[in-house]
Design a protein around this ligand. Structure first.
Ligand code: FAD
Length: 439
């Protein structure tokens, strides 16, 4: 039941749902395009950036090019967002470390991925992507790289960014330009009305001409409030990292090729404290968010229980509402069923640190640094928003949005971000431009 304050609805031109990097970028782009428009952003938590965008919920690397199909919306958005993010760090004096990236061929057959990634990097404008021998990589970029790595693709520009600093600075810019940001405002109901969309939170009603839904892992739920989200669903997937308990001089972001998405292989990253972190393992998550509710103090115990229950019930409801074509790949993925071994291996790795250490050792020279399960401490984890087409069961790969036109006035738009996944931080400003191009 929604308890509205007695105040009358506020009218705005654009209303953005979600105060992560996605929503903040949309506010920025709309503010640039329409400097005199009335803009409001609603965030359910007490602070901004408590979802996937929070710095301890993602890897925090700015990267472009190599992984994305040339000409795709994702590749274009990643290029624009990457350049913007780099310049914004410099403009605001935020810490930005260029660590470079190696995509290492760690098992037979990986050389084919390197060639593909290099072609993609070239086509996406990263002309400096170069395939180097294992020796060259160890001598010049990562001395601790495993001796078994015979070659790798080196990308000279890859950054460790300051996610929290970026979001704070963006929010400040938005507020300075009269954009309104309301935290502790959970969108609970949305109705089409002749003036646009009537959006209700627990405190206030808004009449918005247009709405952009950037609610991350909750985006499908919000879309369903206006009759959207019929054929797509966000399936939350946990991505967890371990930190090495030792300080070692690991300098470069080293990734394995993504052989069997959505499994990501191993990533080894330099830590800001000198302790490298590794992962992410990919594990089924019954929850849509990790610790977002922690900002809302004790009143949230009941909320945690009810939201947790809703998520847990929602997961099988989502899975079993798929048709059979869609169901089987998802059972394979989420529960490691069927012939695909990767699902089972990921689940095993999630619980067994020795298995995690063995995987990480593929990238690290065991003569210089021998890894055991006891060398690791759980570090960070975040919920990846895996968007699934419910008709085919396939995970959406490119950026995707859903636009609903208000059935009463035929002009107001409701745009949902269907794919809030990686590289959502890097790409954010480019993606926001693409999301709002019809507004
Ligand atoms: C393990 C992992 C590693 C990653 N690594 C990288 C990387 O290296 N580089 C990169 O670029 N990207 C990476 N990503 C992806 C990136 O973090 C996300 O794509 C990005 O943070 C998504 O931002 P968002 O604003 O769309 O979602 P979020 O940050 O989740 O924001 C959504 C917001 O909506 C709010 N919300 C939800 N429901 C409501 C409601 N009803 N009313 C009001 N507000 C609501 C939430 O509270 C939240 O604040 C990674 C992600 C994970 C999980």
């Amino acid at each position: 039941m929604i308890h509205h304050s007695p105040s009358s609805p506020k009218s705005v031109d654009f209303l953005v749902i979600g105060g992560g990097i996605g929503g903040l970028s949309i506010m920025r782009i709309l503010g640039e395009k329409y400097p005199n428009a009335k803009l409001v952003l609603l965030e359910k938590e007490a602070e901004l950036g408590q979802g996937t965008s929070r710095s301890d919920h993602n890897t925090g690397t700015g990267h472009t090019g190599a992984f994305y199909a040339p000409g795709s919306a994702k590749a274009t958005a990643a290029n624009e967002g990457f350049a913007w993010l780099r310049d914004f760090h410099i403009e605001k004096g935020l810490t930005l470390r260029n660590i470079g990236k190696i995509i290492a061929a760690s098992v037979p057959g990986d050389d084919l991925y390197l060639e593909k990634y290099q072609q993609q990097a070239f086509a996406n404008g990263q002309k400096s992507a170069v395939i180097l021998s294992g020796h060259e990589l160890r001598d010049n970029y990562e001395p601790l790289l495993s001796k078994d790595i015979t070659e790798g693709l080196y990308l000279p520009e890859a950054y460790l960014f300051d996610a929290d600093g970026v979001m704070k600075a963006m929010a400040e810019d938005i507020r300075n330009k009269n954009g309104i940001i309301e935290t502790n405002h959970k969108v609970m109901e949305i109705k089409a009305i002749s003036e646009g969309w009537l959006v209700s939170t627990q405190h206030q009603e808004y009449i918005a001409k247009h709405v952009v839904n950037s609610a991350g892992t909750h985006a499908d739920r919000i879309a369903r409030m206006v009759g959207g989200g019929k054929y797509w669903k966000i399936m939350p997937v946990m991505g967890s990292y371990m930190e090495l308990n030792k300080v070692v001089d690991w300098r470069t972001a080293v990734y394995e090729p993504t052989r069997n998405p959505p499994f990501l292989g191993v990533h080894v990253m330099p830590g800001v404290n000198g302790k490298p972190f590794m992962g992410p393992d990919v594990f089924f998550s019954p929850l849509r968010e990790r610790t977002g509710q922690e900002t809302t103090t004790k009143q949230s115990l009941f909320k945690k229980i009810t939201e947790g229950a809703d998520n847990i019930i929602g997961m099988p409801r989502g899975i079993f509402s798929m048709n059979l074509n869609a169901l089987y790949p998802n059972l394979q993925f989420y529960f490691g069923m069927g012939k695909k071994k990767d699902g089972r291996a990921e689940i095993w790795k999630h619980f067994n640190r020795e298995a995690f250490a063995r995987d990480a050792q593929r990238l690290i020279n065991s003569d210089l640094l021998e890894l055991k399960g006891s060398d690791f401490t759980p570090l960070r984890s975040g919920i990846r928003a895996q968007a699934i087409d419910m008709r085919t069961g396939k995970v959406l790969q490119d950026l995707a949005k859903e636009e609903i036109i208000n059935p009463l006035n035929h002009t107001s738009r409701f745009i949902s971000d269907k794919m809030p996944g990686s590289p959502g931080f890097t790409a954010s400003v480019g993606k926001a431009r693409w999301m709002t191009e019809t507004l």
